[in-house]
Design a protein around this ligand. Structure first.
Ligand code: PMP
Length: 422
């Protein structure tokens, strides 16, 4: 093993005390002790270019976020059953970033909880019990949400009320992407109905991060959203991955498709690492659940969580991070394509959410080469991962403070690693 004795000891302790459910990144795991902006530092002070962590979206250890949290923590941290003006200020500010119909917020701690709540709300609103997801979607950890997260694999079986549809891929399917996707959704609806199940919702991660990063063509979700609504179900946008400006052209991934969801869930970058997440919806959609069922989430939307979330919005706005994500993302996609290595089958995405499809000489997905690239990048201290149905799509989604210089270093490293491995 190339691990030092100290590193081997940490791996062994981890296995002993955390057990088998935990997974480490990389053939040679890495330990970080500090972060700053788009950099992570190991024990030896070596800097790693972070091109993967979308939670620390406004930068690791962002000073404004840290100050807002520590200041609030030193004064008050309670829950949402007292009046609190800061909570309302933030909620109003958040809904102002969404289409006007989506005007009410419920705060949770995690994206999983937001999706779990969306599912409860959808059932209360529609009376349905069926659900449609894309075939490699991940939506979270609760029992109900894991039952509609096919990316967890065969050991975590889908519910009998769940149907999957292939994610829309312009690269693999080439044309009529939106019409094909809608046809698959209609077939899934019909299959639910044949089994006596009324569809409650179609939920999609609007950048399809675990399905292989699928952004184009803009608008491809519109017909499918109409299809689920025609059948009496809701269209739910899971914005945990694309939300808060990452896609560059808008605050929310669904905007790219020119539609307004019935419900929106969000999390990860919302508090830059502090646990805060939310469900946003139309009042008429939320009412049947909220009027009958008490929902109290002890840590959902505490003053410290809200302080972190407010500072994140300040940073996105004042530093123009959405525009920056658009410009740097475009530059990075162009530069990666310009490497001109035959293993790069496709470069896609939106803003700073980028997928690079790695293929063999036959044009078929090459998961082995993809793994070599991810680990080769790590050896050169650049952090990425991979996803997609064939595990051959490099997943690149750095903190949004990633700049043109970082993009240049990224591309040079990728070019080198490709050269060494092809
Ligand atoms: N939805 C999507 C699309 C996600 O990627 C994730 C987390 N990877 C979740 C939901 C769940 O969020 P959390 O881990 O905060 O529960």
């Amino acid at each position: 093993s190339r691990l030092s004795a100290a590193e081997q000891a940490l791996v062994a302790r981890r296995e002993r005390v955390l057990g088998p459910a935990y997974r480490l990144f990389y053939e040679r795991p890495v330990e970080f002790v500090r972060g700053e902006g788009t950099w992570l530092f190991d024990r030896d002070g070596e800097a790693y270019l972070d091109a993967y962590n979308n939670v620390a979206s406004v930068g690791h250890a962002n000073p404004r976020v840290v100050a807002a949290m520590t200041d609030q923590a030193a004064r008050l941290n309670t829950h949402t059953r007292y009046l609190n003006e800061g909570l309302l200020d933030y909620a109003e500010r958040l809904v102002a970033t969404l289409p006007s119909e989506l005007s009410q917020v419920t705060f949770t701690c995690t994206g999983s909880e937001a999706n779990d709540l969306a599912w409860r709300v959808a059932r209360a609103r529609t009376g349905g019990t069926g659900i449609i997801v894309t075939s490699l979607a991940y939506h979270g950890v609760t029992d109900a949400v894991a039952a509609y997260s096919p990316s967890l694999g065969a050991a975590s079986p889908l519910g009998a009320h769940v149907r999957t549809v292939s994610a829309p891929s312009l690269y693999r399917q080439r044309d009529d992407v939106g019409a094909r996707f809608a046809a698959d959704v209609r077939a899934a609806i019909a299959d639910l109905q044949r089994h006596g199940l009324h569809p409650a919702m179609l939920i999609v991660d609007t950048i399809f991060s675990s399905d292989g990063v699928l952004a184009d063509p803009p608008g491809f979700l519109t017909e499918a959203a109409a299809a689920i609504r025609e059948a009496g179900g809701l269209f739910v946008a899971d914005e945990v991955q694309p939300g808060f400006g990452r896609t560059g052209d808008a605050m929310w991934g669904f905007a790219r498709h020119g539609l307004v969801p019935d419900l929106v869930t969000m999390g990860k970058p919302m508090g830059n690492g502090y646990p805060v997440a939310a469900l946003v919806g139309r009042p008429d959609v939320l009412a049947p659940f909220g009027q009958n069922i008490r929902y109290f989430n002890t840590y959902g939307g505490t003053p410290v969580a809200i302080a972190a979330a407010g500072a994140v919005l300040d940073e996105i706005e004042e530093r123009n991070l959405m525009l920056s994500a658009q410009a740097v993302g475009r530059l990075l996609r162009g530069d990666i394509a310009a490497i001109g290595n035959a293993a790069i089958g496709d470069v896609r995405g939106a803003g700073l959410f980028i997928g690079v499809e790695i293929v063999g000489p036959d044009g078929e997905p090459d998961a082995v080469l993809t793994g070599r690239i991810v680990n080769g990048m790590r050896e050169r201290r650049v952090l990425i991962s991979a996803s997609g149905p064939s595990a051959n799509v490099l997943k690149i989604r750095p903190p949004m403070v990633f700049d043109a210089g970082n993009a240049e270093q990224f591309t040079a490293t990728l070019a080198q690693v490709l050269k060494e491995n092809t």
